[in-house]
Design a protein around this ligand. Structure first.
Ligand code: HEC
Length: 150
């Protein structure tokens, strides 16, 4: 599995470098963090902002922040290809976690728009359940696969 990733990675790097006309990189370069990790860190921050908004009953803040969770940026195409290759036959499950999270974030925005605190809290819990579901199932093997650690 590691070897096939390395092959895919080396191939894509090779193509990129060829296209850029740059010299080949040394094979022992440490793996740089995926763009996905930065996207996830932003999601974590948005969740904190929502918590703050709920505590303050600042529904405008919650309404403004929820779409940032629902419509988070995607990793660049090359990285997405590697992620999809890794997820493989579990694609349905991976996408379903993502979809649940997005749907809950939309519900959160709507509840905040209605200034409905109880609905907002319920939707927030569903968002967290979505994040947690994917992390439980995919994060560890993902980190092992892409970084070879933990
Ligand atoms: C469809 C799968 C999926 C969903 C849904 C998901 N994550 Fe993640 N998350 C991941 C994966 C995979 C990683 C590991 C990424 C890495 O280490 O490069 C991760 C890592 C993280 C990290 C750790 C980043 C770091 O610095 O190591 C945070 C924080 C995070 N996610 C927050 C969230 C939040 C908040 C949500 C929900 C709003 C969420 N994630 C939803 C897959 C998911």
């Amino acid at each position: 599995m590691k070897r096939s990733l390395f092959t895919a990675f080396a191939l894509s790097m090779g193509l990129t470098l060829l296209a850029a006309g740059a010299p080949a990189l040394a094979e022992a370069e440490p793996v740089p963090p995926l763009a996905l990790r930065g996207i996830m860190q932003d999601l974590g921050r948005h969740m904190q902002t929502v918590t703050l908004g709920i505590s303050r009953e600042d529904w405008t803040l919650v309404e403004k922040t929820a779409p940032l969770i629902a419509q988070h940026p995607q990793p660049p195409l090359m990285e997405k290809t590697l992620i999809l290759a890794f997820v493989g036959t579990d694609m349905g499950k991976y996408k379903s976690h993502d979809h649940k999270t997005h749907a809950a974030a939309h519900a959160l925005a709507q509840a905040a728009k209605n200034k409905d605190g109880v609905a907002a809290i319920a939707a927030f819990q569903s968002v967290q359940t979505g994040c947690y579901g994917c992390h439980q199932e995919f994060r560890k093997p993902f980190v092992e696969h892409f970084y070879g650690t933990r």
